[in-house]
Every structure is written in structure tokens, then in C-alpha cells.
Ligand binder design. Structure first.
Ligand code: NCD
Length: 317
């Protein structure tokens, strides 16, 4: 039962609970009338202290499609935080007006803090370079939907035997941290982390993989990893988390996925990207059937509809 619960990091929901959300998302996608008015009279607050296109708009679209309403702000300058109000006071106030809160903040731990002060459930839409659990739900639903053609199955079965590659900024990329963390609860899969030395995945993530006995490899060569990958998760270099612009400029184009580099890739490869993309995937690949990043954005809305309706208790995932 997800009713009344917050979602701060991927470990907050079990694999079974995620499977419930994926099944609900599929039902919502297939039957556009189902749950259409279920959130009438309910309010979703979106508190975005950092830029966003997909996450904020897909949450708002999800709530509106469920018949509910949205309020909030998309830049910190337009809230009283710019007058010096604390995050605790802001969320306590917003909780008086809304039934559910979605928050993105540049500080790691901000969503957890918000959930301690808010009297309504809080969904973390990204806290600094830490976590982004609803992007993980989106990523996993995409992998599941693209692979289950071979028969319906739960997440654990779908990812069994896969080699998943993460490429780009693995140090600051919160989507990478969250997806890896979720995958550590599955079995018989292998991860390959592809990054420049300075942008390697944090030690707490590799420590988790060691504890769970999930095999992984770290390399700086995308070419070397490519032939063995079933899923390639590309990421942007997170400019806003760099301490100096020179390092960003030096590292930003380390990996650019082009048609040439795809020559050794599997025919069934799934290319994911949480988006926005800057330069990591050449536009010439958008028409390749393996490019799944725009489908991924669409699945994001359906899984958020499933999440909102479950947390508000109008559906049971
Ligand atoms: C990601 C994020 O904000 O972490 N975007 C998203 O939510 N889809 C990835 C990114 O900004 O690079």
C-alpha cells in the first residue's frame, strides 16, 4: 500500500511495489478513461528550486489527467525562499494547501528534510547529485515495456541476464545513482560504468554493489563496452554541479554517441537518456529503433499518474 507514503529514494519502495506501479501505469496507458476523474478536488504542489522540463510538466500533466489540480513555482526567485525563508517553513506552509508535494532542490537531503516537516507526502524530484527516484520508475518501466514483448513478467525477470551500461557523468548524475540503487535489488545482472576518471560513480554506490554481490566494471572506453551492452544509459555532464567552468568544458564532450559508434552494438540494444541531452547523442540516432529516450519521457507521465493515484489512495498499485 503506497497510500500516504513519501518517495525520497528508490529504496523506499519494494520491487513488488514498483511492479504494482508498472502494472497500474500500463492499465492507465491502455485505458485512457480509467482513473480520469479520480483525483478531482485534490491538489498537487510542485516546488522546483532547479530547472526542469520533463519532470515538472509530466507531474503536472499526470495530475491534470487524473482530474486534479496543480499549484507551485518553477523558480526559487518567485517564492519566499528568496526572502530568506527556511525550507522547513516553506514546506510546512505548502502542506496546508496541497494534498501532495513534489520537490526538486539543489541540496542533497532536501527532500528528506521536507518529508520530516510536511504533513502531506513528499515526492523527491531530484535532490542535488543524490537521488531522483521517479526518473528511476520511468527508466525501469521503459526497460520493462520494451522487453516484455517476450511475455509479461515482473521487473526481476525482465532485467535478469542484462548488461546495463551507464555512460557520462556518473559522479553527479542523480539519475544514475537512483537507477543503480534500484537495480541492486535485482539478480543476475551486470553493470558497466563508463566515465572519465574524474566523473566516476561514487564509492557508496560501488560499495552497495559489492554488498549485494552485483558484478560491475569501470572503464573510460565506450567502444570497449558497447558490444556487450543490452541497455545503454547515456547522461549529460552536469554543468551546474561543477566547481569550475574549465573542468566542465574539458569533460563535456567526452562521449558523443554517433551512428559509427553503434556499429558494434547489439541489435536489441535499448538506448536510454533521462534528458535533457546536450551533445551526448547525435540527432542522427533519433530515428534508430534502439533509441528509446522519447518513449521513456512518455512512460514517465504514465508512471507518475500511477504514483500520484496510489499515494492519494484512489488506486491500489
Ligand atoms: C535529469 C535530472 O534532472 O536529474 N533530468 C530529468 O529529470 N529527466 C537529468 C539531467 O538533468 O541531466
Amino acid at each position: 500500500m503506497l497510500e500516504g507514503r513519501s518517495l525520497i529514494e528508490p529504496g523506499d519502495f519494494s520491487i513488488e511495489e514498483m511492479d504494482g506501479l508498472f502494472n497500474l501505469a500500463k492499465r492507465i496507458e491502455e485505458d485512457r478513461v480509467y482513473l480520469r476523474e479520480s483525483c478531482r478536488g485534490r491538489l498537487l504542489a510542485t516546488l522546483f528550486f532547479e530547472p526542469s522540463t520533463r519532470t515538472r510538466l509530466s507531474f503536472e500533466a499526470a495530475m491534470l489527467r487524473l482530474g486534479g489540480s496543480c499549484l507551485g513555482f518553477a523558480e526559487p526567485g518567485s517564492s519566499s525562499v528568496s526572502k530568506g525563508e527556511s525550507l522547513a517553513d516553506t514546506v510546512r506552509t505548502v502542506a496546508c494547501y496541497a494534498d501532495l508535494m513534489v520537490m526538486r532542490n539543489p541540496k542533497e537531503g532536501a527532500a528528506l528534510l521536507a518529508s520530516r516537516y510536511a504533513e502531506v507526502p513528499v515526492i523527491n524530484a531530484g535532490d542535488g547529485g543524490h537521488h531522483h527516484p521517479t526518473q528511476t520508475l520511468t527508466d525501469l518501466l521503459t526497460i520493462k515495456r520494451l522487453r516484455e514483448r517476450k511475455g509479461e513478467a515482473g521487473l526481476k525477470d525482465v532485467v535478469r541476464g542484462l548488461t546495463v551500461g551507464f555512460c557520462g557523468d556518473l559522479k553527479f548524475g542523480r539519475t544514475v545513482h537512483s537507477l543503480t540503487k534500484a537495480l541492486t535489488r535485482c539478480e543476475d545482472l551486470r553493470l558497466i560504468f563508463i566515465s572519465p576518471g574524474e566523473l566516476r560513480v561514487p564509492g557508496y554506490i560501488t560499495a552497495l554493489l559489492d554488498t549485494q554481490g552485483i558484478p560491475y566494471q569501470e572503464t573510460s572506453s565506450l567502444e570497449e563496452a558497447m558490444p556487450s551492452l543490452d541497455v545503454l544509459y547515456m547522461t549529460r555532464v552536469q554543468r551546474e554541479r561543477f566547481f569550475n567552468e574549465e573542468d566542465y568544458i574539458r569533460l563535456k564532450d567526452t562521449y558523443v554517441l554517433t551512428r559509427d559508434k553503434m556499429e558494434t552494438a547489439k541489435r536489441e540494444l535499448i538506448i536510454l537518456h533521462p534528458l535533457p541531452r546536450v551533445n551526448e547523442i547525435a540527432a542522427e540516432l533519433d530515428t534508430d529503433p534502439r533509441a528509446a529516450y522519447f518513449k521513456q519521457a512518455k512512460y514517465g507521465m504514465f508512471v507518475r499518474m500511477a504514483l500520484i493515484s496510489s499515494i492519494l489512495g484512489v488506486a491500489h498499485a
